[in-house]
Design a protein around this ligand. Structure first.
Ligand code: IMP
Ligand code: MG
Length: 179
């Protein structure tokens, strides 16, 4: 195990099992619709690719890049759009694919930003949810796991851009960010 990881919270096997379930539910719900999966860079990339592999209906993929953290472990509350959508989403069924919801500030902002472009539907699929930290009310259609309030890394999630390549979700050792 990586020496900076205090504890493995979700193994690769546990993640994959849940993601397959989520993909099955999405495939059923969006049957016959024009589904666009909208990944939020960079944290959602692994979840996006595994989720998409198990979706059995036609779907498209797009990405946005936003920033709300900088290099801290607390959200700044300010959401900056770094890369916007490529697709026109008017009349389409958009499913936002996000790694983790913490305060909810990022998604709250994105929901109103994207909602203004008149998609047919706009929903959220997130792998992880930290309910204790929520500041903004959100309606999350698909949620993988509720997780405790620790700083998590791996499977796409980073601390200062590192640890994204770990195949599991782990709790980052405090000594890494207390330095
Ligand atoms: P929110 O706006 O506070 O909900 O923050 C959401 C974003 O913060 C996520 O998309 C992640 O990129 C990042 N984030 C929140 N919690 C963690 C964590 O425990 N580890 C790594 N990134 C996190
Ligand atoms: Mg993110």
């Amino acid at each position: 195990m990586n020496k900076d990881i205090k504890e493995v919270l979700l193994t690769e096997e546990v993640l994959m099992e849940k993601i397959k379930e989520m993909a099955a539910a999405i495939s059923k719900e969006y049957e016959g619709r024009e589904l666009i999966l909208l990944g939020i860079l960079k944290g959602s990339v692994m979840f996006m690719s595994d989720l998409m592999k198990h979706i059995t209906i036609p779907c498209k993929m797009d990405f946005m890049a936003v920033s709300s953290y900088g290099y801290a472990t607390e959200s700044s509350g300010i959401v900056k759009i770094i890369k916007d959508l490529d697709f026109e989403i008017k009349g389409k069924d958009v499913l936002i694919v996000e790694d983790i919801i913490d305060s909810g500030v990022t998604l709250k902002y994105l929901m109103s930003y994207l909602g203004a472009r008149s998609p047919r539907s706009l929903q959220i699929a997130c792998l992880l949810n930290k309910p204790e930290r929520r500041k903004e009310e959100l309606d999350v259609k698909y949620c993988g796991f509720d997780v405790p309030d620790h700083f998590l890394v791996g499977y796409g999630l980073d601390y200062a851009e590192v640890y994204r390549n770990l195949p599991y979700i782990g709790i980052l050792h405090e000594r890494v960010y207390m330095k």
